[in-house]
Design a protein around this ligand. Structure first.
Ligand SMILES: [Zn+2]
Length: 154
């Protein structure tokens, strides 16, 4: 498997987990580095799975003919490749999860303030009023009595 194919595969896993298309050019350098590391893990996993398949196949063919000691050595290889593949698979899944959280956090941070971040200002001096307050509030700067509901507080 070529490195760029492994990378594409990882990006498509990440996109599937995010639930939207992921354009790599919009990601932070840190996220892109994490994706590179995952692509390397993914290639290792593909190789381990290939070795496991080959080992199982040859094991099946020769197992009948060989002595018991040799058969045990073959079994050990199958177990080793199997546990390698399992470790890499869970490493990949954890990594994809971390990248997805990173992407979602970055999107959240880059988003323009929504209604929740609405700034309520004193009508006479323009100072910020606490958006969590309700009813009548006295401006801390000029002392004007402000009606939060009239100013558009939720
Ligand atoms: Zn004021």
């Amino acid at each position: 498997m070529r490195p760029e194919d492994a990378r594409k595969e990882v990006v498509s896993k990440v996109a599937a987990a995010c639930g939207f298309e992921v354009d790599e050019s919009t990601l932070s350098p840190g996220t892109r580095q994490a994706i590179s590391r995952l692509a390397a893990t993914f290639r290792e996993l593909v190789m381990a799975e290939q070795m496991l398949r080959l080992e199982k196949r040859s094991h099946g063919r020769v197992a009948m003919k060989i002595r018991k000691g040799l058969r045990m050595a073959e079994d050990e290889k199958v177990v080793r490749y199997g546990s390698d593949a399992e470790r890499l698979r869970s490493q990949l899944n954890d990594g994809v999860g971390a990248v997805v959280r990173q992407i979602l956090d970055e999107r959240e941070a880059g988003r323009p303030p929504g209604p929740a971040a609405l700034e309520l200002r004193c009508p006479s001096c323009g100072a910020n009023l606490d958006p969590a307050s309700t009813g009548a509030v006295r401006c801390a700067y000029c002392g004007t009595e402000c009606d939060m509901e009239k100013l558009g507080a939720p």
